[in-house]
Design a protein around this ligand. Structure first.
Ligand code: SAM
Length: 220
C-alpha cells in the first residue's frame, strides 16, 4: 500500500509529535500507511541566533515570520511531483471533507505553520499550492490547524481506520449530510432511554428512522 508522508514545518515540533504518535495516527504510522514528520523551522535559519521572525514593513504590531527559513526548508523537504504545500492562515479558504479526501491521494502533504502575526506574504505567493483556514477564528499558531488537517486527511487513506470502521456514511461524506444519533448500552440510564425503534430489530424501519434523523440534524 502507498504511504502518505506529512511534513509539518513549525517552531514547536514537539506539539506535533505528541499528537501524531497516539491512537489512530500512531497506529497508522506503525503500519507504514502514513508518516508524520515535524521539522523545526529554526534548523533552516542562517544567522547565529536562529531568527525566524522580524518586524513588519510599513509598521504595525507584532512580528512576521521570515521567508528564507520556509524557502530553505521546502528545498530540502519537498519531494517529487505528487507533493502539496499547504499554508495555514485564518484568512484562507475553509478546509472541508472534500479537501481531505482529495489530499489523501497525494504522496506528500507539507504544512507551513505560522506564529506571531503571520507569515511573509511572499511565502504564500511563491512557495505554496493551497491556503486553508480551519474556521472563522484566530488561533495562536498553525500547529493545531496542521494537525486537524493531517488527521482528517489520514482517515481517508485505505486501512487507516481499520476493518470495522466505514467512511461510506459519515457526516460530510456527501455535501450537507450529517450522521444520525447513535446509542450504546445500557438501554436505560437514569431516566434516559434509547429510542424504542433501535431495539425493535426491524432493520428497514431503523434505516428509515436514521434517514429522518440525519435530515433533522441539518442545520442553517
Ligand atoms: N494576523 C493573522 C490574521 O489576522 O489573520 C493571524 C495570525 S495567527 C495569530 C498566527 C498563525 O496561526 C497564522 O499565521 C496561521 O498559521 C495560524 N492560524 C491562526 N488561526 C488559524 C485558522 N483559523 N486556520 C488556520 N490557521 C490559523
Amino acid at each position: 500500500m502507498k504511504k502518505l508522508q506529512f511534513d509539518i514545518l513549525t517552531i514547536f515540533p514537539d506539539m506535533i509529535d505528541s499528537y501524531a504518535k497516539e491512537s489512530i495516527l500512531g497506529r497508522a504510522q506503525k503500519a507504514k500507511l502514513i508518516d508524520v514528520r515535524a521539522h523545526d523551522l529554526r534548523a533552516f535559519t542562517t544567522d547565529k541566533h536562529h531568527k525566524v521572525d522580524d518586524t513588519p514593513y510599513g509598521g504595525g504590531p507584532g512580528m512576521i515570520m521570515k521567508v528564507e527559513p520556509f524557502d530553505l526548508a521546502l528545498k530540502k523537504i519537498k519531494k517529487g511531483k505528487k507533493a502539496r504545500v499547504i499554508f495555514t492562515a485564518a484568512n484562507g479558504k475553509t478546509f472541508s471533507q472534500a479537501d481531505a479526501r482529495r489530499l489523501a491521494k497525494y504522496d506528500q502533504v507539507i504544512f507551513l505553520c505560522g506564529r506571531y502575526e503571520g507569515i511573509d506574504q511572499r511565502v504564500e505567493d511563491n512557495l505554496v499550492d493551497e491556503t486553508f483556514s480551519i474556521g472563522n477564528y484566530v488561533l495562536t499558531g498553525g500547529e493545531l490547524p496542521a494537525l486537524v488537517m493531517t488527521d482528517a486527511i489520514a482517515r481517508n487513506i485505505p486501512g487507516v481506520l481499520g476493518a470495522e470502521a466505514s467512511l461510506d456514511k459519515e457526516s460530510h461524506t456527501e455535501e450537507g449530510y450529517l450522521e444520525y444519533p447513535q446509542y450504546t448500552k445500557p438501554e436505560k440510564y437514569k431516566k434516559w432511554s434509547v429510542p424504542e425503534i433501535l431495539l425493535s430489530g426491524d432493520h428497514k424501519k431503523i434505516e428509515t428512522w436514521r434517514e429522518e434523523q440525519s435530515k433533522k440534524k441539518k442545520r442553517e
